[in-house]
Design a protein around this ligand. Structure first.
Ligand code: A3P
Length: 345
């Protein structure tokens, strides 16, 4: 009798335990569905058809790894067919500026359920060898996405490369172009720091920033130095404006993206005609990193790699002053053209 009661109790406990585990799994799945795998809203405006049917993603919501694989271009033929996945040419490109915060911008936009990022810099338009491979080669480099999502890629070299505006225009004359800028002198030092780190990794020595940025013969700013030239934003933008009207560009404040990313991202959502979906929940400040990191859901979050947010070397204040004075008139022109003013010194 006692044995029978014990068996009954064990059976009851088993049923209760299974129910508890089942509910827990359900809850985790529900929270997980706050992630980008949630049925995706149709995108407003030019980027996709409205009123599209919900995509049967429920089953996939448990398999975040699977969509990740799609994004890397690893979907099987069956998965592609079953989920109607496509590799689409980008509807928007982050064309620059190098060290402006291009990676952070791309990763943060990728929080939006209707955005799919090309993980690698493709360098299609700035590299003659790649460009010669043709537009199908470029498309095949894109991640898998649903037809109503938009693909975004970033290759910061596009902004400063002579041939790129015409090439992009030939692909899509109505493409949306994103440019993320930082205070030009800080950007130039960041650019230098990246090159310096590369040299140090190869045990090579390198010049000091001051020596590169200032011409020793004239004591003026050395405009032949690439890190200086890249920061003359207006010069590059003027080349782009020969092909695209100014309305097709959106300027992102890279300094503000570091300290207060959400409003900058909301402006981009608007520019891309996307419904506002990125929220403060998706961004949290990580004191150890000293930067905002990304939160997709309660289980999945990430910070950018350590190569983003390097410590800059100290630069002689007189050189900084000289550079800032040099950039000043170009900055004024940049504000005038773009209609966006920054508090750059
Ligand atoms: P520094 O390394 O000079 O700090 P890019 O991706 O275009 O190479 O830009 C790199 C810059 O992105 C970094 O420059 C860093 O300041 C900036 N950045 C902006 N938001 C960031 C974030 N959330 N995490 C890391 N770096 C970020």
């Amino acid at each position: 009798m006692l044995f029978k009661q014990q068996a009954l109790l064990r059976q009851k406990l088993f049923v209760l335990g299974s129910l508890a585990i089942g509910s827990l799994l359900y809850l985790v799945a529900r929270v997980g569905s706050l992630d980008r795998l949630q049925p995706l809203c149709p995108v407003d405006g030019r980027f996709g058809p409205r009123g599209q049917e919900e995509i049967p993603l429920r089953a996939l919501q448990f398999k975040r790894g699977l969509l990740h694989e799609f994004r890397k271009g690893n979907a099987t033929k069956e998965q592609i067919r079953l989920h109607n996945l496509v590799q689409q040419l980008p509807k928007a490109i982050i064309i620059g500026v190098r060290k402006g915060g291009t990676r952070a911008l791309l990763e943060m936009l990728n929080l939006h359920p209707a955005v799919v990022k090309a993980s690698q810099e493709i360098h299609f338009f700035d590299n003659d060898e790649n460009y010669a491979k043709g537009i199908e080669w470029y498309r095949k480099k894109m991640p898998f996405s649903y037809p109503h999502q938009i693909t975004i890629e970033k290759s910061p070299a596009y902004f400063i490369t002579e041939e790129v505006p015409e090439r992009i225009y030939k692909m899509n004359s109505s493409i949306k172009l994103l440019i993320i800028v930082r205070e030009p002198t800080t950007r130039a030092i960041s650019d230098y720091t990246q090159v310096l780190e590369g040299k140090e990794r190869k045990n090579k020595t390198y010049y000091k920033f001051e020596k590169l940025a200032i011409d020793p013969n004239t004591c003026e700013v050395n405009t032949k130095y690439k890190a200086v030239r890249t920061s003359i934003y207006t010069k590059h933008l003027e080349r782009w404006l020969k092909y695209f009207p100014v309305e097709q560009f959106h300027i992102v404040d890279g300094d503000r993206l570091i300290t207060e990313p959400l409003p900058e991202l909301q402006l981009v959502e608007k520019f891309l005609n996307l419904p506002p979906r990125i929220s403060q929940y998706n961004l949290y400040f990580n004191a150890t990193r000293g930067f905002y990191c990304l939160r997709f859901n309660i289980v999945f979050n990430k910070c950018l790699a350590g190569s983003k947010g390097r410590i800059h070397p100290e630069v002689d204040t007189s050189v900084i002053t000289k550079l800032r004075k040099f950039f000043h008139p170009f900055n004024q022109k940049f504000y005038q053209i773009t209609g966006r003013t920054f508090n750059w010194p």
